[in-house]
Design a protein around this ligand. Structure first.
Ligand code: AMP
Ligand code: ZN
Length: 479
């Protein structure tokens, strides 16, 4: 087997993966802030983390994966500026924060399932860890923090190499961090935010620094350390987290563990920090507020199978920016369909051995690709090569396809062609009605009754059904 190598954002280098605990891989993924629906860009981050987890399993490691659910603390700006995202949405909707969190957590889980993202060992919910957050903050407060009227702040000058992950200059800090009166360094951040006098928040707890709520960065340090133990193997998130959230998490971890500088990556709390690049729209950054809100459910409503979006993600390297377009999604769907057409023939056979002279080199090639910092685009082409191998026992082929697909997660053996048909939710005509009309049209054509045949075609067209004679993919019709 090839050696697994991964790009470490901390060193900006591809490094061989060497687990902290032999034979194990412990991974923490920054999860969603459940104040709104995730957009498909957010979901790219979880498809990436899922492929990473599946690859670690494929490479034989015993995986422990944690994904958190942020239901407190995340401000509208990743720094210390703005309002609490959860409080803001709850106020706008005049609902309890807990109901908001429940609703959007469920919506997120639905997307996770639709994208074949495997269940992690733990979904850790931030508000379940308030006690632990208070203990963590208390243990570092004396040496690393100072109190201001608005809360308890972390002094970034008390740890070595602050900001190395972002490659940011500490002194200037980030332009978008609001100046808070009294902060010692621009990049200092709140680890506990006091509720302003005269205000009440829906979510607040008592603390040695007054009633209030934890800062966003604290939760990930606490849950990662608690559930995986410092140092753990891999920490993941979207590329935006490389700038503020993760440098702050790292600073807290260094303080908590009493660790030195970051030339030893394990001092950061994790050995490897990995970041997926953004999914973008041609018009720019993907957003939940402007234009068409690109949710997975919107893709589904327009008739696209959600795994077409997973395919789209796999076609790009996770460190490359990926531009979303409906044409691109359509192309990914077609590619998925071609694969499913070949996989359908294997469905009735029991999976056999994978040792076969035609497949051994392909499995090696697949392993080499996925082990090379998760090169999913090459891995996909190898899977296509395997599907196209002729004159082999179907059981053997099925075993090989399943082995590769266990990493890519397309669920090829379980998908049927008909599942992939574009079928907008708004369509009123049923499949049976379409099939019946097409049967009648076929009969008319057999009798050379082209008038009836054309009339039926027009009737279907009026109901939004396009008849596709001689389509190489065998769609026959599309809505
Ligand atoms: P949030 O719910 O805002 O905390 O974001 C959830 C995850 O999605 C984080 O890991 C972000 O870094 C990531 N993310 C946000 N926007 C995008 C995007 N357009 N493309 C890919 N990942 C993103
Ligand atoms: Zn996080």
């Amino acid at each position: 087997m090839a050696d697994l190598t991964l790009f470490n954002s901390l060193t900006r280098q591809i490094e061989p993966f060497v687990p902290v605990h032999s034979g194990e891989a412990r991974v923490y993924t920054c999860g969603p802030t459940v104040y709104n629906y995730p957009h498909i860009g957010n979901m790219r981050a979880y498809v990436f983390a899922d492929v990473l987890g599946r690859t670690l399993t494929f490479k034989g490691y015993k995986l422990t994966h944690v994904i958190n659910i942020t239901d407190v603390g995340h401000l509208t700006d990743d720094g210390d500026a703005g309002e609490d995202k959860m409080e803001k949405m709850a106020a706008e909707k005049a609902q309890s924060i807990w109901d908001i969190a429940k609703h959007y957590t469920e919506a997120y889980h639905a997307d996770v399932e639709a994208l074949n993202i495997r269940q992690p060992a733990h979904w850790s919910v931030a508000t379940d860890y308030i006690e632990e957050m208070l203990d963590f903050a208390t243990s570092i407060a004396d040496k690393h923090c100072y109190e201001l009227e608005s809360g308890l702040y972390f002094d970034v000058s008390t740890v070595e190499d602050y900001g190395r992950l972002a490659r940011a200059v500490t002194e200037e800090g980030e332009g978008r961090i609001d100046a808070v009166e009294g902060k010692r360094n621009a990049a200092d951040f709140a680890i506990w935010r006091k509720t302003p006098a005269g205000e009440t928040r829906q979510m607040e707890w008592d603390s040695p620094w007054g009633r209030g709520a934890p800062g966003w960065h604290l939760e990930c340090s606490v849950m990662g350390g608690k559930l995986l133990g410092f140092p753990f193997d891999i920490h993941t998130g979207g590329i935006d987290h490389r700038e503020i959230h993760h440098p702050n998490e790292i600073a807290q971890n260094q303080a908590f563990c009493g660790c030195g500088g970051l030339s030893d990556a394990t001092n950061s709390g994790a050995k490897v920090w990995m970041h997926n690049n953004f999914l973008v729209e041609r018009s720019g950054k993907m957003s939940k507020s402007s234009g068409e809100f690109l949710r997975l459910q919107l893709l589904i409503a327009k008739g696209y199978h959600p795994l077409a979006y997973r395919m789209m993600c796999l076609q790009a390297h996770y460190r490359s920016e990926l531009e979303f377009s409906w044409e691109g999604l359509g192309a990914a769907l077609t590619r998925l369909k071609r694969m499913v057409m070949q996989a359908e023939r294997l469905r009735d056979d029991e999976a056999g051995e994978t040792e076969h002279p035609k497949f051994v080199p392909l499995l090696e090639k697949f392993d080499a690709a996925i082990s090379d910092d998760l090169n999913t685009s090459i891995a996909l082409t190898v899977l296509e090569e395997a599907l196209a191998v002729k004159k082999v026992d179907a059981g053997v082929k099925r075993a090989v396809v399943e082995r590769m697909d266990a990493v890519l997660g397309l669920g090829l053996i379980d998908l049927a062609r008909a599942d992939l048909r574009i079928r907008p939710k708004s369509a009123t005509i049923t499949e049976t009605e379409i099939e019946n009309a097409l049967e009648r049209r076929k009969a008319a054509r057999a009798e050379k009754d082209f008038a009836t045949s054309d009339a039926l075609r027009d009737e279907l067209a009026a109901k939004g059904v396009e008849v596709m004679d001689g389509d190489p993919l065998g769609w026959e019709w599309a809505l």
